[in-house]
Ligand binder design. Structure first.
Ligand code: SAH
Ligand code: TMP
Length: 392
């Protein structure tokens, strides 16, 4: 499927930068052999992850709690009591590793985006700013030894050279060490038509089948899978050296669910494309209708996902007045491609719109809990996942 020309999802910019704005063709394809869904054109990682990276993990309180639970589980189940060592890639502002640092566990964060890595260092988290690959894995083993746990959240699917990453992890893990990572799950995308998970940073859309195939080629095996309700539906994969640990029954069970859902069949993705097109048409019809009625519509959360929605659907600033976001680096800038102004949260609070288009739908629970006043003032929400609908 092609989503057309797309800018960098987190490339919030100023009008002076419009002439040099970078666009590429956002397209996805399914491989019936390895069962992977992936982008057909890749963006150079240095265009996305750099010293002005706009995504700071700790903007969500719920995600901080989620990663605290994740870290506690690792400490309880997977650390060798004598000199444990934990490595995390894509450690961002330290949202996960802060838990290990506080517990005095030896750790290393690998975070190429220098600005977010600096925030982590400020919290006392040991972080290096490099892209992880096999070569870096060798250097880490030589300097710091092998790891008990190798972690990654919302980063593994970002890395096009996954074979080098898998080879590096194999070198880096102790004989009974585990790789644990989580990413948005293809099963959820199919079931919820959450096509906004598709953007430049997400090179891959994983399923248990595709992950098993990939890591299997590197002597590693999936020993457990744990569905997560964060980020609109994610899957956590636990992976170990082949034969090193027992394999949970959950792995075969989830693979059977995937077969039932048809994740192994190209026709499933044809149907997904039709569902996406319908979702776009319904959202645009709604926004145009609200404009005709003279209603004010404001976007809630300048997520990377919203870049796909605004550009694919053709949402312009005359339909959505601005997008409210709590991240300072995004405020005062304009959204990639669609050039909708991004304003601080105060702009939303001080003058409620008639409708809030929930771009940060993956944080709906956290947001609904704090926006009672907006509802009391008669404000309505527009959601588009799993289907386009208006709610009070
Ligand atoms: N783990 C955090 C951050 C996810 S955003 C969370 O779940 O909230 C993805 C992060 O991965 C970015 O901070 C980006 O800079 C980093 N990243 C991208 N490519 C990487 C690579 N090859 N190695 C390590 N980190 C990478
Ligand atoms: P994410 O979907 O990639 O996690 O990004 C969420 C974006 O939404 C991020 O830019 C912060 C913003 N946000 C708000 O503006 N208000 C909120 O209450 C939450 C949870 C997020």
């Amino acid at each position: 499927m092609s989503f057309g020309k797309m800018p960098i999802a987190n490339g919030f910019l100023t009008p002076e930068q419009y002439p040099e704005e970078y666009f590429f063709e956002l397209g996805t394809a399914f491989c019936p052999h390895c069962k992977m869904v992936q982008l057909t054109e890749l963006v150079d990682e240095r265009k996305m992850f750099h010293e002005n990276y706009a995504f700071f993990s700790s903007t969500s309180v719920r995600m901080a709690e989620h990663f605290q639970r994740f870290a506690k589980g690792v400490m309880k189940d997977y650390l060798d009591p004598s000199d444990p060592f934990v490595v995390e890639i894509g450690s961002n502002d330290g949202i996960m590793l802060q838990n290990f640092a506080r517990a005095g566990v030896r750790h290393l964060g690998i975070e190429p985006s220098a600005n977010v890595a600096e925030v982590a260092r400020g919290k006392g988290i040991r972080t290096i700013s490099e892209f992880f690959n096999e070569d870096l894995a060798r250097r880490i083993v030589a300097e710091l030894g092998q790891a008990d746990a190798f972690l990654g959240a919302n980063v593994m699917c970002h890395i096009p050279y996954l074979h080098s990453v898998a080879a590096g992890i194999r070198i880096l893990l102790k004989p009974r060490g585990v790789l644990m990572f989580e990413d948005p799950y293809m099963g959820d995308i199919v079931q919820k038509t959450s096509y906004d998970q598709i953007y430049d940073e997400h090179a891959f859309y994983f399923s248990v089948a595709s992950v098993s195939h990939l890591f299997g080629e590197h002597g590693l095996e999936v020993i457990d899978v744990l569905p997560q309700n964060v980020h609109g539906g994610s899957m956590r994969y636990v992976i170990a050296h082949k034969g090193a640990r027992p394999v949970s029954a959950a792995v075969a069970l989830q693979r059977a669910r995937e077969e039932a859902l048809g994740l192994h069949r190209p026709e499933t993705y044809d149907q997904l494309r039709r569902n996406i097109e319908r979702s776009r048409d319904e959202l645009m019809a709604l926004l145009r209708d609200l404009k005709r009625q003279g209603k004010r519509v404001v976007g809630y959360g300048a997520t990377s996902k919203s870049t796909t929605v605004t550009n694919y659907c053709g949402i312009t600033p005359d339909l959505v007045e601005f997008i409210s976001d709590t991240t300072p680096i995004k405020q005062g800038k304009f959204s990639p491609g669609a050039h909708i102004p991004v304003r601080p949260y105060s702009a939303f609070q001080e003058r409620y719109p008639d409708y809030a288009l929930l771009f940060a739908w993956n944080h709906a629970e956290e947001i609904m809990a704090k926006e009672q006043k907006f509802r009391d003032a008669g404000g309505k929400w527009i959601n588009y996942v799993p289907k386009v609908q208006v709610s009070a």
